[in-house]
Design a protein around this ligand. Sequence first.
Ligand code: 2AM
Ligand code: CA
Ligand code: CA
Ligand code: CA
Length: 262
Amino acid sequence: MDKAETALLALRMRDWVSQAGAHIRHHIHDPLHVQTKSSRKDLVTNLDKQTERDLIAAIRTEYPQAQIMGEEGSGDHVTDLKGLVFFVDPIDGTMNFVKQKYNFAIMIGAYIDGAPHVGVILNVMRQELYWGGPQLGVFKNETPIKAVSPLSLADGLFGINSGMLAYDRYHSHQLFKTSAGMRILGSAGIEYIQLLEGRQVAYLSHLAPWDVAAGRVMAETLGMSVSRLDGHPLDMLSSGDVLIATAPTVADIRAIALDQPR
Ligand code: 2AM
Ligand code: CA
Ligand code: CA
Ligand code: CA
């Protein structure tokens, strides 16, 4: 895809998530139908499902040849990464959406032959749209975002999955003590935004492809590392423990989390 086609794709993605965000804000006080998925902390609502259907219908109209992986099941059964692939998370931070009506995001990542191409994350209630990719740079609404400074773990705030911290997985209590502090935001998309803005130096969580895809495009464009915690490259077809961080922080975290000598 050349730069003009990529810019058009980014524009369309921004339009889709903006319209979906406006729809959610319009219905924010409507009664919700909430169901549990894998556990009582894993929720889905009628608006997650509706938003995914709307986003996927919009994608199919304009990019009928693309494959689409969606969290709530309206997409394709994607088994390879050939061609243009969209990863759709219609509401990221559904627990926040239900309990706070705040701190949730809409995310779409577009990849070509497995390579990150365009990512879009909308902080729905704040109406802050982060978008970009390697050919475009990264923007917050219309303002370019510069590369983040390469802070170490001791100098930065660290975002983590609450379950990992609660059960001290990967020596996360030691990671907590070594960092400048920990923050648990309840949405991978909102965590990614903190990294893009340079407000946090790392995020560690168990994530699915739709949780990772959009933010990975932008984080890598700004020079951050996105990989499995053990250092393996991400597999965009499966879930796993993912570390997103500045380069010095990656080394600091792996040394503690995996007991690696430095
Ligand atoms: P979700 O709200 O789209 O499900 C904190 O819960 C973060 O982890 C959210 O971004 C959430 O995305 C994601 N997450 C991934 N797997 C999850 C699970 N099994 N239960 C709850 N949240 C999950
Ligand atoms: Ca979910
Ligand atoms: Ca998610
Ligand atoms: Ca979701």
